[in-house]
Ligand binder design. Sequence first.
Ligand code: ATP
Ligand code: MG
Length: 443
Amino acid sequence: MAPMTPPRGLTALHLRQGHPDFLDLPWHLPLEEWTPKVCSRLVEVPKGLSRHTVVFVSYGADIYALKEMPVPVGQREYEVLRGLEERRLPAVTAVGFARVRAQDEHGEELGVLITQYLPSSLPYRVLFMNKGLERYRERLLDAMASLLVRLHVGGFFWGDCSLSNVLFRRDAGELQAYAVDAETSELHAKLSDGQRELDLMIMEENVTGGLADVAAMVELPATLDVYATAPSIRQRYERLWSEINKEISISPRESYRIHERIRALNELGFSVGEVDLVASGDGSQLRMRTIVTDREYHRHQLHNLTGVVAEERQAGLLLNEIREMKATLTREVNRSVALSVAAFRWLDERFRPTLNRLQKELGPATDEAELYCQVLEHKWFLSERAKKDVGLAVAVKGYVALRREQPALALLRSASVPLTTEDTLEDSRAETPPPTPKGAPLP
Ligand SMILES: Nc1ncnc2c1ncn2[C@@H]1O[C@H](COP(=O)(O)OP(=O)(O)OP(=O)(O)O)[C@@H](O)[C@H]1O
Ligand SMILES: [Mg+2]
């Protein structure tokens, strides 16, 4: 067999398993010159500001982000992103790294980092353009603070936390934030207070600067003050950080307080890896310190029970449904039923049939857990109005009718706001537009 000639311009390609080979891309051209004419895979999705050129390509339903940068910088970022993935921290996933000689053969060699497009993600600008922003503001600030806490717990020094370097995903009425740019980042076993403080200072400077830039172009909603927003994120960060790191003093007879403390952290979504108990001076008291490992307590639990991948708050809601099912089954058979048994029944009788039905009616969904949570939310709304449980079938029917009426029904929703038709118009602006071939008008 004749050896394969590498595509023009490509000097090396490092790729992870399970993705396309990307060999059909016009590597001989700088990313800036990729147009629909030379690259039919190009798609346009909303993105944040960036110094480097970033383009998106699609292979079937899978979309990838390509970022052109100097080779050593790109290689480092690839390694850091792999490290983040190993530590299960919320960030985009690195897929590969290409080395290209774009201009001519004497030209400088450049690197192209390939990451998986984070599905259903929104850059902050899309959130800002939404008229209904007010209700997401608090969530955006909490999501940013929670992301920084999670990354710091995992030993990640970001070095460039900004609004543009965060992507937001909806999570049952709230937002989850993901890191998208790790060029300046470092992974450590543990961060010092100094490193955390530096990261917070960088965040404050970047967020304030970013907001000032946006404010110069469009009028920011009154709730998003250029100078008050970053300090508010810091405050939320500090509150959360001290909550998870606080030491409590208990007497040896109050061992139930150990469980109480762990449960309180679990409620906040944190998994507790270790508990340290140290006797104080005269031994009459114990100092208790907990070490949290991640903020995915409910996600892990749901995944272990059902295999369903969900965001943290979605997982919390779905687990509540499973617990409800366990209680019902227990009552029916008059003896305790294991949660795993209830989880199986729930998957089989509620989750899967509901999603199948929705798929038949509305087409394939990219974010099944969110979709199911929206139906649940609609069920609560209808039940509250009817003053009785309307059941899942009625909720599905109502939800489908609403989505038909308003196809662009926003997927970014607040759990506290009932699903009504008036609500959908302004919300629809917050939806991530589906990827469109580059050159074609955005919807
Ligand atoms: N994997 C991805 N999924 C979704 N969006 C992405 C992805 N990678 C990049 N983007 C979008 O592209 C934008 C620019 O990416 P990135 O921040 O990595 O570029 P950059 O040039 O390094 O930025 P900076 O100027 O902060 O250094 C991001 O704000 C994000 O909106
Ligand atoms: Mg960036």
